[in-house]
Design a protein around this ligand. Sequence first.
Ligand code: UDX
Length: 447
Amino acid sequence: MKIVIIGCGHVGLVSAVGFAELGHQVVGMDSDAQRIELLRAGQPWFYEPDLAELLEQHNGNRITFATDLKEALVDADAAFICVATPTRPDGRLNLVYVEQATHNVAESATTPLVIVEKSTVPVHTSKRIIEVLEMDGKLGMIEVASNPEFLREGAAVRDTLDPDRIVIGVRTRGGTAEQVLRGIYAPLVERTGAPLLVTDLETAELIKHASNSFLAMKISYINSVAAVCEKTGADIDEVARGMGLDARIGPHFLSAGVGYGGSCFPKDLAAFLAQAADVGADMSILDAVRRINREQRDRIIDKVKQAVWNIDGKTIAVWGLAFKPGTDDLREAPSLDVIPALQAEGAHVRAFDPAAGQIAKSEFPTTDIVADAMTAIEGADALVVLTEWREFAAIDIQQVKDALRRPIVIDGRNLWPVEAMAAAGFTYLSFGRPDVVAGQVKRAGRN
Ligand code: UDX
């Protein structure tokens, strides 16, 4: 089938290579001419595992990149809108690019097709798209569908080619839009057996925001339970394991620590909260989710103070700047709050991240960003861990102890077993687990 992708950002480009991999003919479009040049040369403008390889494989045959929308839309079955939806200061999404893209398609299309909204949008955006098409006299010739993406950064290609589910929202069950979308996804369903859920437009739109908010809620929930563990002597790792064995709860997204960041959860929660307020629905549960997540960043500073006493004049090493491992993305990362807070207390911060170091240099102009993990901790008064990169856990803890001036580790991602850190003689504070003070495990509420 022929598919046009409008907006070759994270979602659009990954979808484009995914559709090409499924055997479709894909035309990628973007308003940024420089991006199109790069993509034509086979160079994705951001890193995502397997993306460059798949692009190289299909570029020039199943995928082409174009600037003439009218020509691209001829005989296309679908145009996927994957443009940016930036957050406005009030938390609502700015949908002007979605509106523009819809107008452009309506004006340029000369043959029937389906407009598919794939960018994350609030409920009723499809209604607006329909209104635009009506105004432009194209509704009917152009149909509308919603097909939210659920891909994670760092696993986006994998998530696209092996999804947990495919969600399709349509105006009329069994109509053209459903048939086209079913056709597009048929090879994927056949290959992976992924369930394909067809709903009305509003339901499909809501599934996306409801899912991401639920995942964020899981994280804030486990972080709240971790705080109770710290007061009672229970161990969050085992509490989470015990909870996760219940099939209704599941083992994922129950890692306690410094909390979530990234481009999706904070943005999606804000948008969902704003929408709920607009329609007069009570989503106050998400207010708590956000507040708890913000407080995790204060809690780690409290732990640093608890361990090192005065921060003023101390050298604090930070391992991990990206919002999660496997990415160089700093958006809404805990490091953006934690490092300035340490500096405000008078600390000299020396930081390392395996991927985000270069980008971090402009984001943290007053922070010493170094090229490797050991240099960061050499002679430091304490180590603070903010991202659970695998290479950190692989470093011998004895080596860490020898490099630090004082053997203090504040672990925002529960990277090491408490017993091992105690045996090695650390002062080790993590989340939801007993403190270790100078090699002694201190369990609250126990004798
Ligand atoms: C998320 C959703 O997972 C994805 O479905 C959606 O399409 C986009 O948003 P992403 O932002 O790439 O994807 O990251 P994800 O891997 O979900 O992690 C989000 C944040 O939660 C990270 O900061 C991570 O460190 C944190 N996290 C995750 C926890 O603190 N604890 C956990 O148990 C899981």
